[in-house]
Design a protein around this ligand. Structure first.
Ligand code: ARG
Length: 459
């Protein structure tokens, strides 16, 4: 009968299908460095507290160093019969240090061990993602800076509404990414909690010094309740929730890039390096990157639903169900990272067609609000001005014209408050320049917003 690390009370081998079904090694092998790091801290603490002799701890720590080197090089084979990464590390340590390795698991359970490993892993990944999001913000701001004077139609209901600066539109994404960063920073506080010492669920009879372990590992605090320590996966749910929101932001950008690069819009051209062709239609140049980011959003939101559903109704404390937390978590980390990375590289490779954007601003009565504002400036109440402008739009529309194509005489037929200066008032540059409310698309506002962002990113 093959010997399992937990095999003492068993007299029958595990069914081979169950072995495969139960194993998580294919997924959790990526935690090996965190696992070893946690074990080293545990050994240091045990030596410090005299739970095991210092020389034995030193031998085990050196052995774990060799196990880590072996795993780094991919020299250690993984197998389903050893279930998970914790067993693999312990088994490999046994090969290095013989029976002494059996002391490693003193005062510890895989339940607090796995909680620790995931926290070590996620702390690092969250910091990486925050750095990457800042890089993406940098790309957005650089693109805004490069196109400060480009005007485009702003949309509501996907209908042309009012002209805005292209830079202003890009800075909306800068804001979204800023909130994503804040969310990750905030949840990091709850990842940064050290669960080791909770053992299986009740704490341990050994005189462990959890505060010492916390310091060795550089965690912000130790967890308060041993039951909660091994059953809490809030930090996983929270991370995937924040990642989902971030992906939803990226999917909105994707949608816009896809629309803008269509022949119907032709506002941008995405460089060849970030598009692909069709195997049948020779003329095609497809925005696959943007489409994939949009598609992968579904995957991440799916991961959120998966983890929430796994955790729903789980009784205290650890349950094996929770082994199912890692696939959605790892997939979310990988997906989010590649999406941010690919977009950060793609943005500078987008050509902006300012003339097309400008031309689009001149059709569709984007100056109708300003037409009404002109009348308000001459004493008319806004509601009345709105109605007059609406009538002017209807007449122009029936003649296939824009408001500024109508003659002064025609315009005056709607209101004798109208004079020659209306043409200047409703021209594109003036419309932008007058939107001076804080946070609006006025030239000065956008310049200041971009400057603020540049400063923020360089600090
Ligand atoms: N592979 C397990 C997981 O990912 C580790 C903890 C298992 N604990 C146990 N008592 N079976 O959750």
């Amino acid at each position: 009968m093959s010997e399992k690390l937990w095999g003492g009370r068993f007299s029958q081998d595990t069914d081979t299908l169950v072995e495969k079904f139960n194993a998580s090694i294919d997924v959790d092998k990526r935690l090996y460095a965190s696992d070893i790091c946690g074990s080293i801290a545990h050994l240091k603490m045990m030596a410090h507290e005299g739970i095991i002799p210092k020389d034995e701890a030193d031998t085990l720590i050196a052995g774990l160093g060799r196990v880590k080197a072996g795993m780094d090089k991919g020299e250690i084979a993984f197998s389903d019969s050893l279930e998970d990464i914790h067993m693999h590390v312990e088994e490999a340590l046994g090969k290095e240090t013989g029976d002494l390795a059996k002391k490693l698991h003193t005062g510890r359970s895989r339940n607090d061990q796995v909680a620790l490993d995931v926290r070590i892993y996620l702390k690092e990944e969250t910091l990486t993602i925050i750095r990457m999001l800042t890089g993406f913000q940098r790309a957005l701001v650089a693109m805004a800076r490069k196109h400060m004077d480009v005007v485009m139609p702003g949309y509501t209901h996907m209908q042309r509404a009012q002209p805005v600066l292209f830079a202003h539109h890009l800075m909306a994404y800068y804001e979204m990414m800023g909130r994503d960063i804040q969310r990750f920073q905030d949840s990091l506080k709850r990842v940064d909690v050290m669960p080791l010492g909770a053992a299986a669920l009740a704490g341990t009879t050994y005189p462990v010094n959890r505060e010492y372990t916390r310091q060795v590992l550089g965690f912000g605090k130790v967890s308060e309740n041993s039951i909660d320590s091994v059953s809490d996966r809030d930090f996983v749910m929270e991370f995937i929730a924040h990642a989902s929101i971030c992906m939803i932001h990226l999917s909105r950008l994707s949608e816009e890039l896809i629309l803008w690069s269509s022949s119907e819009f032709a506002f941008i051209t995405i460089s060849d390096a970030f598009t692909t062709g069709s195997s049948i239609m020779p003329q095609k140049k497809n925005p696959d990157v943007a489409e994939l980011v949009r598609g992968k959003t579904g995957r991440v939101v799916g991961n959120l639903v998966a983890i929430l559903t796994v955790m729903k109704s789980l009784p205290m404390a650890y349950n094996k169900d929770m082994q199912e937390d890692k696939e959605p978590l790892f997939d979310t980390v990988d997906t989010l990272k590649i999406c941010i990375e690919v977009y950060t590289r793609m943005l500078p490779n987008i050509m902006v067609h300012r003339d097309r954007m400008k031309a689009a601003c001149k059709q569709g009565f984007l100056n109708a609000t300003d037409f009404a504002d002109y009348l308000v400036g001459r004493g008319m109440a806004f509601r009345q001005a709105h109605s007059v402008a609406g009538k002017a739009v209807a007449v122009a529309l029936s003649q296939g014209k824009e408001l500024d194509d109508l003659s002064l005489e025609e315009l005056r037929s709607f209101s004798d408050l109208i004079n020659q200066d209306i043409y200047h008032f409703i021209c594109l540059d003036q419309m932008i320049a007058r939107r001076i409310s804080y946070g609006g698309t006025g030239f000065d506002n956008v310049e200041k917003a971009v400057q603020r962002a540049e400063k923020e990113l360089n600090s």
